[in-house]
Design a protein around this ligand. Structure first.
Ligand code: SAM
Ligand code: SF4
Length: 266
């Protein structure tokens, strides 16, 4: 699929849940995060159908995200269902890795190819602060399990606060070098203010080369993270929602006043 600006759209990011076992300060409110009703969340069959129709329109790259994808019940089955769709060359996941030690092997077996893990600091106290209670050791265990399972490459997403000293980011970079992990630095973004930047070491944030669509966990196809546009697959039908999203993909991101990171997927 080509959009109006001749960008080839081949990448679908799927938020499989708006729920999470952490409460990162830049992503999710601590209390009452306004979660979706269970009946509004797409079923595995619906997600698989979206993937199948997307492939017929030119998508060949899929990433599962959230919320935290590993808190979605039977996530390994969903990975297997998506991996079974012919035409997906690249199947990845973004996770906070706190539950990964248990899931890495089964995910690899189900057809997951590679994984991105979020880690902003190596300091256990700071990690606990940023995530409002997370235990960094679980992330280390998750990374070890991902390596052992053969998920490759393992990329680390490190969010850097604007204007903050780079000490934590530098330490994360050193840790990644020492452990054979790739690292990407993501400037902390603000959806409401339209504040975003190019991902250092990655592909996000450069509107001229954007190749993405997003599917929210309640079935809206969104053409851009920084836009309020969204097309409901249940109301419009899958193909029409995908085509509308591509047809109306904005040239550049602006603002998103309807979503928070935990319900659009980052
Ligand atoms: N729970 C998973 C995780 O944390 O990796 C997947 C979902 S999370 C919303 C996806 C990515 O978005 C993570 O790498 C996270 O660090 C990033 N993210 C969340 N809020 C952000 C913000 N305000 N600015 C920049 N990145 C953000
Ligand atoms: Fe959860 Fe990921 Fe958001 Fe942190 S960034 S609260 S781990 S969804």
């Amino acid at each position: 699929m080509l959009d109006r600006f001749k960008r080839r759209i081949n990448y679908l990011r799927i938020s499989v849940t708006d729920r999470c076992n952490l409460r990162c300060r830049y992503c999710m409110p601590e209390n009452d995060p306004c979660l979706l009703r269970h009946e509004d969340i797409l079923t595995f069959e619906e997600i698989q159908q979206v993937v199948a129709v997307s492939v017929s329109l030119g998508i060949n790259k899929v990433r599962l995200t959230g919320g935290e994808p590993l808190v979605r019940r039977d996530i390994v089955d969903l990975v297997a269902m998506i991996a079974a769709v012919p035409g997906i060359n690249d199947l990845a996941m973004t996770t906070n890795a706190t539950l990964l030690s248990r899931f890495a092997g089964p995910l690899k077996h189900a057809g997951l190819q590679r994984i991105n893990i979020s880690l902003d600091t190596l300091d256990p106290e700071k990690f606990r602060h940023i995530t409002r209670g997370g235990e960094i050791q679980k992330v280390h265990d998750g990374i070890a399990a991902a390596k052992a399972a053969g998920l490759h490459p393992i990329k680390v997403n490190c969010v850097v606060k604007k204007g903050a000293e780079k000490k934590d980011a530098d330490q994360v970079a050193g840790y990644c070098r020492a452990n054979g992990l790739e690292v990407r630095f993501i400037q902390e973004m603000d959806l409401e203010k339209g504040d975003f930047g190019i991902v250092e070491g990655g592909t996000g944030g450069d509107c001229r080369s954007c190749n993405r669509l997003r599917l929210t966990s309640d079935g809206k196809v969104k053409p851009c993270l920084f836009s309020d546009l969204g097309y409901d697959i249940r109301e419009m039908g899958i193909q029409q929602a995908l085509e509308k999203a591509v047809g109306n993909k904005p040239e550049k991101g602006s603002v998103n006043q309807q979503n928070l990171f935990h319900n659009i997927g980052g």
